[in-house]
Ligand binder design. Sequence first.
Ligand code: ADP
Ligand code: ZN
Length: 735
Amino acid sequence: MGKQAIISDRITAEGRVSVLIARPVTKPYDYLSNGMDLKIGDIVQVPFVNKMCLGVVVPSSESDVANQKLKLVSDKYGEHRISVAMLDFISRAASYNMIPLGAVLKMVLNVPEIFNFSDKIELLGQSGTSCLKNFKITPQRKLVLDAIVKNGPQTSAQIRNNTGVGSGVISGLLTCGVIQKQFVEDNFTPQSLEALDKNSVELNNEQTTAVECLRNVVRQNEFSVSLIDGVTGSGKTEVYFEVIAEVLKKGFQVLILVPEIALARPFIERFSRRFGAAPVEWHSELPAKKRRRIWRAILEGNVNVLVGARSALFLPFPNLGLLVVDEEHEPAFKQMEGSRYHARDMSILRAKCSDIPIILASATPSLETLHNSETGRFRKVSLSQRYGDATLPKVELIDIRSSENRNGSWISPMLQKAIQATLERDEQVLLFLNRRGYAPLNICKVCGYRNECPSCSAWLVEHRSKSRLQCHHCGYNVKVPTHCPECGAEESLVAAGPGVERIEEEVSQLFPNARTGIASSDTLSNGPALTNFLQLVKQREIEIIIGTQVIAKGHHFPLITCVGVLDADLGLAGGDLRAAEKTYQMLHQVAGRAGREERAGKVWLQTRQPDNPLMQALSNWDRESFLKLEKQARSEANLPPFGRLVSLIVSSKNETEADQIARLLAASAPSTPRAQILGPAPSALAFLRGRHRRRLLIKADKKLNVQKMISDWLGGLKIRGSAKVEIDIDPQSFT
Ligand code: ADP
Ligand code: ZN
């Protein structure tokens, strides 16, 4: 492994070392080793601009600063260090995305107080005292004591989980002195994945072929990219679980990236059932101590399998054997703020630097990935059929322009009938509308005033459940005003257009006896809320789900046999290059929720463009003809995956300044037949969080070293004041 490492492991003589600091710096700085035995990859603490900073020892840079001027390395982390392959990845990720080298390292060392080794955890165990006055045993108290006798000292959370008692019972026992606290070193408990061979399912023929092919791939143990292209419900997850088992058996580590960890609860449970232990989870909400403990365990090679969202890509596994990117087409893999990068593409780069295989999985792979598999760069394994007797649901288009469907309701008569029939069969309905809140717009019916965010060019969205108007871009929110802020009219503000809350209101009027539930990022913002919601659906406590994209993907609902997409055209508005592709992927996923077991399902798409090739392709499950048209259009315009795009976003608090810099950039643009530079133009969100934004778009030939062109171009530019120029390599959207 690490065959391709371009970094040598030379370290300068005379106790001088180069240290890359985990701050947005572009090069390493030299320090004196302070008598420590330092090697490449060692994590150290060094003084930098009057602060103690984290850094990593890297191969020596050419520096002519005299020894006397150098500062001393102040501390070294320990015996475990960042691998050479990882350092290679850091440097390549920095140059590809045009992010400062140190900013990438910062993502790798993104742990609070790495040098804090004093973590302790509190366990509850038996106390020595045996007979106590005033102590009454209750059934709940007995549960706790039995659990402690059986399993030894445990954390309060473990006891609560294992016994189901509340924290009151535990503190009662502590007060009586029957149990007592003890503090132990906060060590990571290794995963015991003993069921590597045990729980595997019996695969069908297609799945067997896929597993055999991918097992061969991982046996080669070298860089390669494989795509599992399989319809929803075909068993992609089952297939890569088998491959993961193979890699774990060899003692390598596996990293699984998912688009959103908050929605991965069902996945994690499924993994635990298959492997007998849960994967370690990595996400931004881990408390500091736990984050530190897990990160250390990863660095020490004690974490076998980890599931995380995009940031997990930067975790310092020493001996990774396989990367899996599930739902590789998901826009959530793109980090859009701060250090911008695409986690799927960076995973491929990481696999390359470590010389290991990577598997991408999707029912609707991105055009980029399909293109790479057609040109032979990626291997493709296909699963064309749903597992078992499940068939793909029939898709019917409902033309909502026609008079019989304009019935003053968001739900056309045909769809209403289908819902009614589904409820009568005791089955379930999913109504999909990708709009949070009650209404996307709040308007004064007297003067026409629209409530807009003060810091963004965006309308405020009404959330009636909270009686607030909210900006979905910056989070700004206010109470719904009682008077129009413009003309002062009383009670004149009305909702325009529907969001999920408004649809639920209508559904409750149409089907007063049906039990409904809203699924959006507002209602399912965390793992427990999602688990609870899925449980309610499973127990049929919810019969009609009204949901946004959070519920559209991945979930397995056997009793949903009717899916209604209320506004299939929604994603097509706005001039995003990927609008059609994203709409296709999203609607395909939503449709894939219907009829996942033996009961057949049906999908209804309400649209104003029934003749649009995209709607036609969706209604026939004809991905190939949609892709053909889309590829042709992209190829003619030399757009990705045929050409490359880079966005430059100029922003400033001052509008004139933003315009000036954008024009200056355009005027100094390099001239080359290999790239076209478009703009400046206002961004789709021309005003965001109080900043005015302008965009330039670079359309380049794939062969052009666009990073070099940009750095030469921007290198001479002096930017003052509040202005900023951000670079977005391979932008996924143009907001
Ligand atoms: P995908 O990831 O392609 O959407 P899944 O792996 O989630 O598909 O499989 C869909 C459903 O079918 C799941 O409930 C899964 O457990 C089940 N399934 C798939 N393959 C098998 C198999 N070989 N044996 C038993 N159940 C299977
Ligand atoms: Zn805003």
